[in-house]
Write a protein that binds this ligand. Structure first.
Ligand SMILES: Cc1cc2nc3c(=O)[nH]c(=O)nc-3n(C[C@H](O)[C@H](O)[C@H](O)COP(=O)(O)OP(=O)(O)OC[C@H]3O[C@@H](n4cnc5c(N)ncnc54)[C@H](O)[C@@H]3O)c2cc1C
Length: 483
């Protein structure tokens, strides 16, 4: 491949080989292949080299070389992004920088309720390190066995516990970041309070690798939950779900950790396609909520509080039926159903996805309007609108009509995105609540963000990455896009 490469890229490859050695360079096509395609298989790129640094100094050296030569670099975590953020461009001129060898837990400070980890640690490894110190790291996603904490921070991941503990950004105390030119910001403080000027770390969180490479993070820990009570509740509709959320938060002293909405079709897709998933209730209902309450105390009263709340909700018509988990295995089964929805939907065929958020109270109106809008475009489309209702975040997805061709259905994607995002805008919502922008939603971002916001984003990019080598073609739209 290197014979057809621009001279600058060939030179960068050669110099990176010299710095990282064979253990830090993947070039064999079979080794490189997994880095070329995104999780949803929307994009296939090419690269002459996957650089796998083993230390922050290595990352700094790679970026210094690429900066000097003007060669693009694509940071790559666990490759679970839904927006093609970690996939190199088809041109084959971009170097992929994988953090996978940087997977050390640097320090756990149980007394300070904090830990410091390399960016390439899997999210499950971070959770396990906290648990080993009798602490809790609350970020939890369906992809937690594959995604890396660096990727979680670069995408500002949300997940299943954001309602109580916040999104990834809220869990960060400090970051170590390598800038585009190889300089290192050593911001690995584990302070709760530090008002000394601009909050630089928050620039890199959610920047999807366009402003710097996160190499390590200091993260907040919490007391480990000792009492955890999940309930699977049948509800009449989204309106009832939203009322039940407010009621359960108040009744349990804000002990609700997760509050996930599942329409009937989500239960059908998971029970049909994912082995081992079963409907926990003995008859079908229109919609469900998977609600979990927890405390850091041994608190037998929490279960009766939840039971009482649900009994009253059934009496008032906000809930129709409910089952509380009797064992850890039952809890795991409930969560397996929730976490399998993407898998069930994928197995059912093509789907058009929206990851949106609106204020929680506006969800019922949003769902009614957005449903009408997508069915006006594809009348037999099957709505799979599920997700983190406690955060006002819905995965408002539409599956291909039964028996219809996926490609013809996907031709409606742009029209559906326009329609749904237009409604999101009216509610002052977000067109990407937790999955980021990547390559997929750049044009949509141009329509969604104000002129001034985009100008400031571009000014920040110019200041931190003047040569535009970090993840080009991601996040920031072209200057005249969507206008
Ligand atoms: C089954 C499943 C369930 C999911 N559930 C959720 C969910 O509930 N909530 C949610 O928010 N997301 C969810 N996701 C999406 C995805 O897992 C998250 O976006 C995750 O945070 C991405 O992490 P990653 O390590 O895979 O990053 P990658 O996909 O490798 O990269 C994502 C972006 O971050 C950049 N990047 C990666 N590492 C670094 C670094 N060290 N420094 C700078 N930039 C970097 C990449 O360039 C890219 O732009 C889910 C995905 C799947 C497949």
């Amino acid at each position: 491949m290197s014979s057809t490469l621009p001279a600058s890229v060939a030179s960068a490859v050669e110099r990176i080989r010299a710095v990282l050695g064979p253990a830090g360079c993947l070039e064999d096509p079979a080794d490189v292949e997994p880095y070329l395609v995104d999780f949803r298989r929307l994009y296939r790129g090419a690269t002459p080299l996957v650089a796998c640094p083993a230390s922050t100094a290595d990352v700094a050296a790679v970026l210094a070389i690429c900066h000097e030569l003007g060669v693009a670099v694509v940071p790559h975590g666990g490759n679970t992004s839904y927006c093609g953020g970690a996939t190199p461009h088809e041109s084959g001129d971009e170097i992929v920088l994988s953090l996978r060898r940087m997977n050390r837990v640097r320090e756990v400070d149980a007394g300070n309720f904090s830990l410091t980890v390399d960016a390439g640690c899997l999210l499950t490894e971070v959770q396990a390190a906290a648990e080993a110190a009798d602490r809790y790291f609350p970020l939890a996603l369906g992809s937690e066995g594959s995604c890396q904490i660096g990727g979680n921070l670069a995408t500002n991941a949300g997940g299943l516990n954001a309602l109580r503990y916040g999104v990834a950004r809220d869990l960060v105390l400090g970051l170590e970041v390598v800038l585009a030119d190889g300089r290192v910001i050593d911001g690995l403080s584990s302070l709760r309070k530090d008002n000394t000027g601009y909050d630089l770390r928050n620039l890199f969180i959610g920047a999807e690798g366009t402003l710097g490479v996160i190499t390590a993070a200091s993260l907040k820990l919490f007391p480990r939950p000792r009492t955890v009570e999940p309930a699977f509740v049948a509800v009449p509709d989204m309106g009832a779900a939203v009322q039940l959320l407010a009621r359960t938060r108040a009744a349990t002293g804000d002990a609700v950790t997760s509050f996930e909405f599942l329409p009937r079709i989500a239960v059908e897709l998971t029970t049909r396609h994912v082995p081992g998933v079963a409907d926990p209730l003995d008859r079908p209902y229109e919609a469900y909520v998977l609600c979990e309450v927890s405390t850091a105390r041994d608190d037998p009263a929490l279960r009766s509080l939840l039971e009482g709340t649900l009994e009253q909700a059934i009496h008032d018509g906000l809930a129709l039926d409910a089952v509380l988990a009797e064992s850890l295995a039952q809890r795991a089964a409930l969560w397996r159903m929730r976490e399998s929805v993407p898998e069930g939907q994928r197995a059912e065929g093509a789907s058009i996805k929206h990851d949106v958020s609106v204020p929680v109270a506006a969800l019922p109106r949003f769902v009614a309007e957005a449903t009408a809008a997508v069915l006006a475009i594809v009348p037999a489309g099957r709505l799979v609108a599920y997700g983190h209702v406690g955060d006002g975040n819905l995965h408002f997805n539409v599956s291909v009509p039964l028996g219809e061709d996926g490609t013809a259905f996907l031709a409606h994607a742009e029209a559906m995105h326009e329609a749904v995002h237009g409604i999101v805008r009216r509610y002052r919502g977000s067109i990407s609540a937790e999955h980021g922008i990547g390559r997929l939603k750049r044009e949509a971002l141009a329509r969604h963000k104000g002129h001034v916001e985009l100008e400031v984003m571009r000014a920040i990019k110019q200041a931190l990455d003047p040569k535009g080598i970090l993840n080009p073609g991601k996040v920031l739209p072209e200057p005249d896009a969507g206008r």
